[in-house]
Design a protein around this ligand. Structure first.
Ligand code: NA7
Length: 541
């Protein structure tokens, strides 16, 4: 099989650059995908809309932004050299360091010559005669490749609610996922934060300390648990470096790709005292242990879930001085974990400050944004700054905002009108040679991302070695996967909240569980089996 050396073809519409593969997105998945495809010897161009590499860690620069995965499990596991060279400064590393890390990776592995930044892809069209994808950028620039890998991230397409009058506001407005590089000065200002998801929970305590006054507009209270971050000591750093192979082995074995693993017992099989003892033990631990090292039926048994949910509510009540505010902050309308658990530092204490007020939007919904601020059903609030911490059109949003057309000119938007349809979350019937390097596994993102990038790389290698021109799942295999994923979601409490997990945060979006409600090892096994059977369920031509 011959490599298409990177070349340019002159056409009536202007020059088109030719590659073996195009990758879209320079985040955790895209950078690794670029590295692996270059290693295969392919000519590759990676395009990204941003002004720098980093994906999520480029765009999300709001105060307090950091990951909730332990740093030693978030870094790439695939380069021993990188693991030994990089020192994580905090147990849960913050955005500036994460962006520096991904830039370091881009330099170390000589990826930059293959990356074109500030390049927004607007369309991707499959040419059935040549089995090539042709992409077009906003600038009009075009490029073609046999393989197209969408590494656009699961939480990328920002969502701002279509509040009436939003353009009329005379003060400063920011969406957390498009935060300016320059420091935003809150000193002495009247600030509003709309939203209380994982992002807002990181941001609120810091803005509260700086702003003259902060008003938080909450629609749904969340079960937030302490992050318990800290600096990494030289001893711990050395210990990680000496044991990365065990850390990564553990992450490959646990249900969610973290070092935390569920307690093998069912909650109600042990006494109340014993349950409380485990809850208290987990509560003082850092990270997601409270969720992912809890009793194994926490996300399947309503009774087990409610037992822990009440424990968390009591923790909230104990931290918030005003009992009325505390009750508003204690969730009662969804199970624990049915919305992504935000991990926090001093979040609840922020509401004990004199300059912070909570507005419950269930009682007084937002009616409109005004030139001076926000009008709810009972009054108008005046602000200098409005922060929209209102989340993302998860998974499908970043894909359907590109005009992607497969066989017969079918658009992805049409195909997914009733919810996303994929096989293994990795490929789509009638969209040959298009790969989704977006992890839909429920777990530690980079661990899952590495796995799917490696699956995609092996698949592309296979197609080329066997001299096929294209690969796509059959419609039957796709339908079987969609049904299987839906059945798994049905049995789980993950799908029981109105969150981005099910698209419920976007008005009009079809309610479908967007993640794969199985363990990470089970997902890995299934993907590996398909590959081992010569890509069973996939059409190779
Ligand atoms: P989330 O978790 O989707 O949170 C968005 C927040 O914005 C949430 O509190 C929403 O309330 C609120 N929201 C959304 N639309 C509205 C309207 N129309 N009015 C009032 N409030 C609204 O996004 P994040 O950025 O915090 O986190 C996303 C993920 O990033 C997170 O899961 C981590 O994995 C990292 P709602 O709960 O829908 O009532």
């Amino acid at each position: 099989m011959a490599n298409v050396q990177q070349s340019t073809t002159a056409t009536a519409q202007g020059p088109i650059e030719q590659f073996d593969a195009i990758v879209i997105g320079a985040g955790v998945s895209g950078l690794y995908q670029l590295y692996r495809l270059r290693e295969l010897g392919l000519s590759v161009r990676l395009f990204d809309d941003a002004g720098g590499v980093g994906g999520t860690w480029y765009w999300n620069r709001y105060p307090g932004c950091r990951f909730d995965s332990e740093s030693e499990t978030y870094g790439y596991s695939w380069s021993k050299e990188l693991l030994q060279e990089w020192d994580w400064k905090e147990h849960f590393s913050g955005q500036p360091e994460n962006e520096r890390y991904l830039n370091y990776v881009a330099d170390k592995f000589h990826l930059r010559p293959h990356i074109q930044l500030k390049s927004r892809v607007t369309s991707a069209v499959f040419d059935e005669k040549t089995n090539r994808w042709e992409i077009q950028l906003e600038s009009g620039q075009r490029a073609r490749a046999q393989f197209l890998v969408m590494a656009v991230g699961i939480l990328t397409a920002r969502y701002t609610p279509p509040f009436e009058g939003i353009e009329s506001f005379k003060g400063e407005s920011y969406h957390t996922s498009r935060w300016p590089k320059e420091k935003v000065d809150f000193a002495g200002k009247r600030v509003a934060c709309i939203g209380t998801g994982a992002t807002a929970v990181q941001l609120i305590p810091l803005v509260a300390k700086e702003a003259g006054h902060l008003t938080v507009f909450q629609r749904t209270a969340n079960y937030c648990a302490p992050l318990r971050n800290g600096q990494v000591s030289p001893e711990t750093q050395a210990q990680w470096k000496a044991s990365y192979s065990e850390i990564h082995k553990k992450c490959r074995e646990t249900a969610t790709g973290f070092t935390h693993d569920f307690d093998p017992r069912k909650a109600m099989s042990v006494s109340k005292e014993e349950r409380l003892a485990l809850y208290e033990k987990l509560w003082v631990q850092p990270g997601f242990s409270k969720w992912l090292a809890n009793y194994r039926d926490i996300m399947t048994s309503r009774e087990a879930n409610e037992d822990f949910a009440e424990f968390v509510r009591n923790k909230i009540r104990a931290r918030v001085k005003d009992p009325v505010v505390a009750e508003k902050l204690a969730p009662k309308d969804h199970p624990f974990g049915a919305k992504r658990i935000p991990l926090e530092t001093d979040y609840y204490e922020a509401y004990n400050r004199d300059n912070v007020v909570l507005v419950d939007l269930k009682e007084t919904p937002i009616e409109r944004i005004t030139p001076k601020g926000i009008k709810t059903s009972d009054r108008e609030y005046e602000f200098d700054v409005i922060i929209y911490a209102t989340g993302f059109d998860a998974f499908t949003g970043a894909l359907t905002q590109i005009d992607i057309r497969g066989e017969g000119g079918q658009t992805l938007k049409d195909k997914w009108a009733e919810g996303p349809k994929t096989c293994l979350g990795l490929q789509i019937a009638s969209f040959p040679n298009l790969f989704l390097a977006i992890s839909t596994a429920f777990g530690n993102y980079p661990v899952c991302a590495e796995m799917i990038v490696e699956w995609i790389t092996d698949c592309i290698r296979y197609v080329r070695e066997k001299e096929y021109a294209r690969i796509a799942p059959t419609l039957q295999a796709e339908e079987a996967w969609v049904q299987h994923a839906a059945e798994l979601a049905e049995g789980s409490l993950f799908a029981a909240g109105n969150s981005w997990f099910v698209g419920a945060n976007i008005p009009g979006k079809k309610r479908v569980f967007l993640l794969y409600a199985n363990t990470v090892p089970a997902y890995r096994k299934r993907c590996a089996e398909v590959a081992a059977k010569g890509y069973e369920g996939f059409l190779l031509q």
